[in-house]
Design a protein around this ligand. Sequence first.
Ligand code: ATP
Length: 254
Amino acid sequence: MGRIIAVANQKGGVGKTTTSINLAACLAEKGKKVLAVDMDPQGNLTSGLGVDKDSVEKSIYELIIGEVDIKEVINKEVLENLDIIPTSIDLSAAEIELIGVDDKEYILRNAIDQVKDQYDFVIIDCPPSLSMLTINAMTTADSVIVPIQCEYYALEGLSQLIHTVELVKDRLNSKLEIEGVVFTMYDARTNLSLQVVENVKDNLQQNIYKTIIPRNIRLAEAPSYGLPINKYDPKSTGAESYMRLADEVIEREE
Ligand SMILES: Nc1ncnc2c1ncn2[C@@H]1O[C@H](COP(=O)(O)OP(=O)(O)OP(=O)(O)O)[C@@H](O)[C@H]1O
């Protein structure tokens, strides 16, 4: 049975998409069957895995508004072991289209339920907001991975996110838990990164992954080639760190 993980933090630019793409691809490289779901209308997971978001005809948007079946939106084997559900910019309108729709929090869950047995992992990239799209992702997920960028104000908004997870757990999805926090864009040359890691460890009562994702230019370049880091530059520090993160995620699953 597939484990469903939402990658969420309403703070923008903290590495949600980079983590979703590369964790999904590294899990796939390790032989796990993975479905990556792009719930962010910006579509960076879609294009970062080599799917042209402007030519997608059936996306998560059509799924969310009930026009298509989940099997019609899965792009099979964009890489070995890795399927994706792409997004389109139209998804930004879904929030409005869902006004007044019954059980709108459960739309994604009802769809994913039909296919999750085919996967070891389903990784959902969330938008940078606590919107109905994020609520749908959390209602679907078994757990949430929270990327935290190693910069000032790293903890800003985190209590809101944790509160949202608790609300979803109480009201919509009793199995939901925070799987762990992962530090991203760590810069070993600065004291700031180290201070942020120590400060977060002192103040946060959540699991923290041992793997810390470094700031690595290859991670920033890879999406423009439509490739995850393990295919773009497998020897880079970015690739090594996401492979280690994948190992940790697999270990926690076992
Ligand atoms: N470890 C890293 N090293 C270098 N650059 C990184 C790293 N992680 C992310 N980036 C870059 O930082 C920017 C923001 O990352 P990303 O898009 O993954 O964040 P996000 O949280 O998904 O953003 P949004 O909130 O807009 O959805 C991107 O340009 C990405 O390439």
